[in-house]
Each structure stands twice: as C-alpha cells, then as structure tokens.
Design a protein around this ligand. Sequence first.
Ligand code: ADP
Length: 485
Amino acid sequence: MNIAFITSEAYPFAKTGGLADYSYSLPKALAKRGHTVHLFLPRYYCIDKYRFQCTLIGKPLAVPIGSGIRWAGIYYTDYIEGVHTYFIEHDDYYGRDGLYDNNGISYHDNAERFIYFCRGCLEALIQLEIAPEIIHCNDWQTALIALFLKIHYKDNANFNNTRSLLTIHNVGYQGVFGKEVLHLLQIPDTLYNPSNIEFYNNVNFLKAGIVYADCITTVSKKYAREIQENEYGYDLSEIFKAHSNKLFGILNGVDYEHWNPEKDELIPYNYSINKLSGKSKCKKALQEFYALKKNNFPVIGCISRLTYQKGIDILINTLDWLFFDEQEVQFVILGSGEQWLIDRFESLRAMFPDRIGVWWGYNEKLAHLIEAGSDFFVMPSRYEPSGLNQMYSLAYGTIPIVRATGGLDDSIEQFDEKLKTGNGFKYINNDSAELYTIIRYALRVYKNKLMMKKLIENAMFFRRSWDDAVKEYEELYTNIKKSNE
Ligand code: ADP
C-alpha cells in the first residue's frame, strides 16, 4: 500500500513527546511489512540537514495560505530505513528553536504554521506525483489535512483514491484558535458551525479532523470509548459519539530493542525471566543511587511528567498515609513538571530520607534503572491514552499498579491470587484511598515469594510489539480503502 504519514514530530529528527516515538516506530514497521511509506515533517531549525543527509528535491513549492502563496522547499532523506522522509522547509515558520513554543509560551502564529504545513504536504504530494492510498495524520497539528482533502482537493486527480485517517494521541490538546484564523483556511463560511469546525466561537483544528477524516483512531480501545464520555472528552464527547462508527482504538507498541532487560546497556546488570538475579542487583544499584537503605523492602518506582493528567497529586496524598502507616516500603521518583508537586515530594522525602528518593529533570539512563530495579511501578493517571511505562515495567518484571483507564486498562490485567492470572494491580476511581488500598494489597502479595514469582512471570510474558500493532493498522487501512471502492 502507498501511505503518506504526516506528523509534527518524529524521532530522531524532532521530539517533544510520545508522538515522536510513534511517528518513528509505526512508519518503520509499515515499511518492514512491504508498504511504501512517505513520512512528512516540518523542517524545524533543530533538524540538522547535514547530520540527516537531507537533499533538496523538486522545484520550489507554491503553497497557498490565506489569499496568497508562500514558497517552500522540500528536503528528502532515507535516514530511517525503508521510510522516504520529506521535510517542508519555510524558515519564517519553522526556523525557530522550539517546535511549538518558546520556553512554554506557544508561538502566536501556531495556527498559521500548521495550516501551512498541512497545505504544504498536500501540494508536495502533487508535485512529487505521489498518490497515496492512505494519508495518516496525527493530532491537531495535521488534522486539517482531512478537511482540505474534502474541500480544496476533492477534484484533484492525485487524490482520487486517497482516504484519510486521523490518530488522536491526547484529546487534551485540540488546537483551538480565534475566528481570525478562518481567512487562512479559505473554506466556505458555512463550515463555521458547531457540527463542523466551530467550537464555542472558536475554530478547533482537531474537531475539523474528527468530522472530515474517513477514519479516526486513538491509541487504545478503552480510550476510544472514554473520549465519548464527558469526563474524558474535553468538550468533544458529543462529536466523538456522533462519529463513533469510524472511531477505533489501537494500543501502541513497545520498542523491545530499546526496552529489554536481557540486552539493555543502560542498566548495570542484565537479566531474564529465567535468571532474575540481575534484577535484585539492579535494585541494590537503584537504592544506592537514591541513597536509600539497602534492604529487601519493596521499592515502588514512578517516572512521569508531573502534571494534572498523571494524577501525581493523588499519589502524594496516598504516600503521605502509606509512609506513616507502613515501615517496610520504599519509593523512588524521576520526573519533571509542576513545581508545587516537586515541593510536596521534597517535604515528604525530608521526613523519610532513607525510604524516599527523588530526582527532578529528564534522565533516560535513570528511567531504565528504575524500570529494572523497582518491584512495583505506579501510574495513577486521570487519563492515559496509551501509556508506555506500564508496558516497559512488564518487560522488566516490575509490577504495575495503575488506574484502570485508557491504555493502562487495556494492557494491565488484575492479578488473581487463586487463578494465578493477571500481570498487575488496578483500581477504578480517581481517589487516594483506592490507590492506598491497592498498594497495601500489592505489598501483601510481595511478602509471598511464590506468588510474587508467578506475578513477575506473568508480567514478563506480556508482549505488545510494533509488529503486532502494525497488523491492526494494516487491517484498518484495508477496510478504509474498501469503503472507498
Ligand atoms: P507520556 O507520553 O504521556 O508522557 P508515556 O508513559 O506514554 O507518557 O511515555 C512517557 C515516556 O517518557 C516513557 O518512555 C518514560 O520513561 C519517559 N519519561 C517521562 N518522564 C521522564 C523523565 N523525567 N526522564 C526520563 N524519561 C522520562
């Protein structure tokens, strides 16, 4: 199949979060399955043309924006094996230090930057004579492609056989802009209404994608259901419900080359399901790193962005109780984010310095050590579209304790003592007391060596690779195509 994959970030070129990993792994997996994959990105300032061996191709590209035209360059590389990668260059828009913001302050012209990128990709496909069967767009930044295909390019022969798919990675980010951006879109005024692109007197790019894409996916089945409820839909639940016949969930995969305790070069001792001694040594190394007492107390780990979404406030309340009630437990965290959360952890750590360890900032190596050296891994998310850390934890035989939401619910099965099934612990409500109860239960299971061994085995048997996920995308692409014929 001929697929154009359009995204605002992709590893290793430009990354601010999970979208970049997804936009690397899925195109690569599709190419490995024999598909022709064209990956499109803006040429941000941080993308080094020399390092990535980019060459300028084609003629200067005339890209319509508003009532005028702005010229772009198209750069090409085959840096990711099997994936044709193109960058749309227009320095006025993308020649800046950040992808979307400058030190947390969004660029004032983000609407224009991504309208231009969407139009630029479609114009580039025409110029390069690439007629994709599927255009796969991601999040609000590229959602408008679905709208443009149906309005500006509906009679363009290049897209006769093209269908669009929009993947939503987090409904919390929608690309909402004032009415003044309408003129940049050059679409009929009649589309500015609540069942199309209007959103409480603003223009909502993600909503445009939801309405106009031929198919929508989110990154887990549970999240696809949740976003149709008020609590998770961020004011779009009714629109999701109205389009639920084309909405599907496909859980993200794990890169097991990178997250594998048998081969991981970032941890001090390797281990496997049959030989777990390396895991105990990693635990000692973790305790040493955080200056905790080296003992056999269960260690609960956490790696997270410190934000509302991740429920870190709920976790702190739980830890407040837990550390006063329970002497035999340790906790370590690696995170970055809101200062008030950091302050609360710091004061808790001051009370229990030999049982609580904190590290603030981004630290890839420490993330691997926490996955390897902890006994449990906690994710108290308010919502979690897919989540990766719980799946990394399973691979490392570290037992997830998670809130049953989104991808956490899809990947973690409640441990059953009698049947010896399940790979972790789940709680339902967004509530410190419930989290407290489930942690106490997990600590009780920890004391039973045989039971814990079985639980670790169950965890390490879990597999969700991109080779699995890609097959689900293939099936969906085929079905969307069929509905076109
Ligand atoms: P999200 O993408 O919402 O932040 P995920 O669980 O899907 O959450 O993925 C988070 C990824 O980022 C994981 O690979 C995790 O290990 C990593 N990560 C998050 N915070 C840090 C940090 N402070 N240092 C190192 N890695 C981190």
